[in-house]
Write a protein that binds this ligand. Structure first.
Ligand code: PEP
Ligand code: MN
Length: 263
């Protein structure tokens, strides 16, 4: 595995606000080698601003991989040291916020299953009081803009100034084309109400499968989104979570090159 030596990590302030903001990395951190190799291959593309990896995974049903936990955080630190790319992790509890910050995670995000629960969002927000860290807030799994807005308000009231929205689609019953229907009008309305917030599209969780990622990403760019969050894995078919929707870092480059960007 080739490494990129002596890279000075970029500060998050150099990256935040860059347009388009490209966030990528595995659904879940699985092993140190997987995190470091993913990060290294992403860094070689020169197109990724922020490395994502799930450390604690809120799975809908028990029995599947629920995240490697705190022991994965030094792997992200190592990936950042090698590649210079700042990191982002999902948090759902005060302890997770504390641990992520202790290991220098640069951006925290609140997941769709957490945004639905005001007690959990408040717990995260309280743990963020007095901390300067950008926070991304995914839409709730159900199409409720008030819950999404409530989460933004709780985080803002805790003093967080850099807040972004992530549109990851909305769940519904039965088999549908998308894993989570985009319902674009809802995200657009949320952006209309909060023009000062970044809005990032997450084609991976909208699509649930790789073959339609490009068309969803293109739609988001056509709608003037500020960036994309796309899951990448060194061996997507054997990923421990969300295997069907992940792509390799090299496929990410192909996809980003296929997108027609706004001037
Ligand atoms: C994820 O980003 O891997 C994740 C669990 O996403 P969501 O909260 O959108 O389901
Ligand atoms: Mn995922």
């Amino acid at each position: 595995m080739q490494t990129i030596e002596n890279t000075t990590p970029k500060s998050i302030q150099e990256v935040w606000g860059k347009r388009p903001l490209i966030i990528s990395g595995p659904c879940s951190a699985e092993t140190e080698a997987q995190v470091v190799e993913t990060a290294t291959r992403l860094a070689k593309t020169g197109k990724v601003d922020l490395l994502r990896a799930g450390i604690w995974k809120p799975r809908t049903r028990p029995g599947s991989f629920e995240g490697i936990g705190t022991k994965g955080l030094p792997w992200l630190q190592q990936a950042k040291k090698i590649t210079g790319i700042p990191t982002a992790v999902e948090v759902a509890t005060a302890k997770q916020v504390e641990d992520a910050l202790h290991f220098d995670v640069d951006v925290l995000w609140i997941g769709a299953r957490t945004t639905v629960n005001p007690f959990s969002v408040q717990e995260v927000a309280d743990a963020l009081r007095g901390v300067k860290v950008p926070v991304l807030i995914k839409n709730p799994i159900n199409p409720d803009l008030e819950l999404w807005t409530g989460a933004v308000e709780r985080v803002a009231k805790a003093g967080i100034e850099q807040i972004g929205l992530i549109h990851r689609g909305f769940s519904s019953y039965g088999n549908t084309e998308y894993r989570n229907a985009p319902m674009w009008h809802l995200a657009i309305e949320m952006k209309r109400r909060n023009p000062e917030l970044l809005i990032i599209n997450d084609p991976s969780h909208i699509c649930g499968r790789r073959d339609i990622l490009l068309e969803v990403a293109q739609r988001a760019i056509d709608l003037d989104y500020d960036g994309l969050m796309i899951e990448t894995h060194i061996d997507p078919d054997n990923a421990w979570s969300d295997a069907k929707q992940q792509i390799t870092p090299e496929q990410l480059v192909e996809m980003l090159e296929a997108i027609v960007w706004r001037k």
